[in-house]
Design a protein around this ligand. Structure first.
Ligand code: PXG
Length: 299
């Protein structure tokens, strides 16, 4: 067995990473095999974007990180100001204006066994790099998605509101999407209602009304989702957060996804069926434009 085969997905060797107070070359940014984040997925994270050197809604992301950490009784060993400075220091160290930021807080090194009481200090690390968006033409043509058979985490299990380092629920749905030759999957909750996609929130438009599942459907409260709801309200478009079924997706006029990586992207096919006309609709196009303007104006 050769464990040292070249990895085409390996990071660029000149990448710099923030790890526990220091910015170091990626080869030196190492986490212990005894870190409970590796052993048990015990940790929380955020995915952010920088546009022109400014991080989009950094404060909201840090607030969500703090909430995720609090929900799992994990104390982040840095203040919000220190985290914010570290994010910008890491972007600058890599000379990144437009890019992706991954902020991780792990439970830290401990003994074998689940108990977080038997760990010492949590680790904080920050990667800044580029993220592959969906291919550009899909923002014009729209994305095809499937309904996943994988039920989104029950809200009383690992709450989907926690952005935890265990994404297996979503990864299983992503694998289903890939096996069906599409890029995203809609996940339904334990009641069979629409929840969200594997890394994006979902909206639809029916008879001029924009609709999206409420947080109580068991979803992540997306920062992009919040920004798009603000844009919808600014345009005074009819809007409701409501329970949605697979039927609602099948009879929708338009559908789109929101997320830090995806921004706002149209969905034009679900389970092999065209949504509406099968082309991105006018409300979706308008909101994509509004969101781009929001980014251009500094968020
Ligand atoms: N639902 C889930 C399950 C997510 O993981 C969103 C919705 C959208 O939330 P935001 O706050 O981004 O609008 C997400 C976000 C990554 C990556 O590295 C994942 C996300 C965002 C950015 C990067 O895979 N997920």
């Amino acid at each position: 067995m050769n464990f040292d085969q070249p990895n085409p997905f390996a990071p660029k060797p000149d990448l710099k990473v923030f790890l526990n107070g220091k910015i170091v070359p990626v080869a030196e940014a190492r986490i212990s095999v005894f870190d409970h984040c590796i052993l048990y997925g015990d940790g929380v994270f955020e995915g952010l974007r920088s546009y022109g050197g400014k991080v989009f809604r950094l404060d909201e992301h840090l607030k969500r990180l703090e909430d995720s950490a609090r929900a799992i009784q994990l104390e982040i060993p840095m203040t919000r100001k220190e985290l914010s400075d570290a994010v910008y220091d890491t972007l600058r160290a890599n000379n990144i204006g437009d890019g992706y930021v991954r902020l991780m807080v792990t439970r830290g090194v401990g003994t074998l066994g689940l108990s977080p009481r038997r760990t010492a200090c949590p680790s904080v690390y920050i990667i800044t790099d580029q993220i592959d968006l969906y291919p550009k033409e899909l923002y014009e043509k729209g994305l095809a998605v499937i309904s996943s058979s994988i039920v989104r985490n029950h809200p009383n299990a690992v709450s989907p509101r926690i952005k935890s380092c265990n994404y297996l629920n979503n990864i299983l749905a992503k694998i289903e999407a890939m096996d069906a030759d599409v890029l995203e999957a809609v996940m339904y909750n334990h009641l069979g209602n629409v929840a969200e996609c594997t890394g994006d929130n979902i909206f639809l438009v029916r008879d001029g009304m924009v609709q999206t599942p409420p947080i109580t459907a068991g979803i992540l409260e997306g920062i992009t989702r919040d920004a798009v709801i603000e844009l919808i309200k600014k345009r005074s478009l009819p809007f409701r957060q409501m329970e949605l079924s697979r039927h609602d997706l099948y009879v929708a006029d338009e559908c789109f996804l929101t997320g830090t990586a995806a921004e706002v992207i149209p969905v034009t096919k679900i389970d092999g069926r065209p949504i509406g006309t099968g082309e991105p609709g006018p409300v979706t196009r308008q909101l994509i434009e509004d969101f781009r303007e929001l980014l251009a104006s500094g968020g």
